[in-house]
Design a protein around this ligand. Structure first.
Ligand SMILES: Cc1ncc(COP(=O)(O)O)c(C=O)c1O
Length: 447
């Protein structure tokens, strides 16, 4: 929990170890963030180990309490990085990967193969072969094209492949359109009305595929509990149908990820413990009512595991006061290291990391450095007076920031460091200009 002096409520969206030191600097993991920017440069992603560990433990201990036969998969898409995969494996989590690249990191970090789940709505033949020949735990099948591909590749390799079927539950939830996934008009998963075709295929032709369970993911940054409870009703309803008509009893129920986090002070997401308790109770009751064996409960959190542990530190540069309009403060990063604001109007909180104890004095707009008018990180935020060279810290950048970053405008990606107990270490190095052209080739006709 946060133990902040009462005048530092602005740190409530920051990692759990956040506090101010007597210089008025933001401290994370007992490291002075201003010293970190001097040592590693800016922009800089900082991950607080204690916050990640606490979030992992929140999931695992609450599920152990309410639903012992459960498995938490870290949704690697949130932040796919070797060090974080290692950490997830050390805590006996499973991992949800969505590409050959994420699978490569998992195999390369010697992740427990049985706990690797492979998602995606258009896995390539090569990716499926890679997964099957490495005997990973489960492939989460998304569509008919993939179902047939899985059968063919499994047969060629003389394997029986354990699969989950991803269903589109037809559930609307309140989040941005681009991060909703469970509604009917979604590109992900099988429609419920096509489930019979899947089950008939599996009984007649899919001899190398073994159906282990059903999966659904309603969306991301979800604050309500109802969509999860509704999903359970739908998935277990299908489980009953599957048992009655096809004599197949599912063993796993994967309810996806999606729990939201507080990007703003006013955000009020459900707690992990409450989610675990009510989800578990719902499954237990529904299975009893339907006379189904309790399946293993799988969940796939990304944002709620890693998001709050991360901050990004930027240095301020130019400013612009629009006559009778906004005051823009430009920083040395923006949409390429954090594409969420421009992609889906995501909102963030920030502080001036070297002026924590200074009074908030002006409403400013934090602008990125990239050549897009929409490259605005935060609109109209009340902050202390800002001068060039100040350090802005934006909270909750641990998820979907580095993993969605780009080299737009040929700007090297920032470094990412892990902090803990006053120590800091690089987990991803800052890119260099040479890295930017490392894959470029000059064709012979130009030489
Ligand atoms: C299938 C699936 N599982 C899990 C997640 C992780 O979601 P979150 O980071 O919101 O927990 C996603 C995110 O898009 C997803 O598509």
């Amino acid at each position: 929990m946060h133990s902040l002096p009462s005048n530092l409520t602005q740190l409530s969206t920051f990692p759990q170890t956040s506090k101010a030191n007597d210089k008025g600097h933001l401290m994370i993991g007992n490291c002075d963030t201003i010293e970190l920017t001097k040592q590693y440069g800016t922009p800089l992603y900082v991950i607080d180990l204690e916050t990640v560990k606490n979030k992992i433990l929140e999931y695992t201990t609450s599920l152990k309490r309410y639903y012992p036969d459960s498995l938490v998969l870290y949704a690697a898409k949130a932040f796919a990085c070797t060090a974080i995969f290692k950490l997830a494996n050390q805590f006996n989590l499973g991992i949800d990967v969505v590409s050959g690249g994420e699978l490569f990191i998992a195999l390369n970090t010697h992740f427990n193969k049985e706990k690797i789940y492979f998602h995606g709505n258009n896995k390539s033949e090569e990716e499926i072969k890679y997964a099957i020949t490495n005997s990973i735990g489960r492939i989460v099948c998304d569509n008919f094209y993939e179902l047939e591909l899985l059968q063919t590749i499994a047969k060629e390799n003389n394997k029986i492949v354990d699969i989950l079927i991803r269903l589109t539950p037809g559930i609307e939830c309140h989040t941005h359109e681009y991060i909703k996934t469970g509604h009917l008009d979604s590109k992900f998963g099988f429609d419920l009305e096509h489930l019979d075709n899947v089950l008939e295929y599996l009984t007649k032709s899919g001899k190398n595929l073994s159906l282990k369970g059903y999966h659904a993911h309603v969306g991301s940054q979800i604050f309500e509990l109802e969509p999860y409870l509704d999903v359970i009703d739908i998935l277990l309803g299908q489980a009953l149908y599957t048992k009655q008509k096809y004599n197949i009893e599912i063993q796993e129920l994967d309810v996806g990820g999606g729990i939201g986090i507080s990007y703003l002070n006013s955000d009020d997401p459900i707690s992990i413990d409450n989610w675990a308790k009510l989800t578990s109770e719902k499954i237990q009751k529904k299975c009893k009512d339907l006379n189904l064996k309790l399946p293993r409960l799988i969940c796939e959190p990304g944002r709620s595991l890693i998001g709050t542990s991360g901050i990004t530190l930027y240095k301020t540069g130019s400013t612009k006061q629009v006559p009778n309009g906004r005051r823009f403060i430009s920083v040395d990063g923006g949409m390429a290291d954090n594409p969420r604001p421009i992609t889906y109007k995501a909102e963030y909180s920030a502080i001036v990391a070297n002026k924590i104890n200074k009074p908030e004095q002006e409403v400013v707009t934090i602008a990125g450095r990239y050549c897009e008018t929409g490259d605005i990180l935060i609109k109209d935020i009340l902050l202390p007076k800002i001068l060039p060279g100040d350090i802005i810290a934006i909270s909750n950048t641990g998820a979907y920031n580095y993993s969605m970053s780009s080299n737009y405008n040929m700007v090297p990606r920032p470094a990412c460091i892990l902090v803990n107990n006053g120590q800091s270490e690089v987990i991803i190095e800052r890119e260099t200009y040479s890295d930017l052209i490392a894959k470029h080739k000059i064709p012979s006709i130009l030489i």
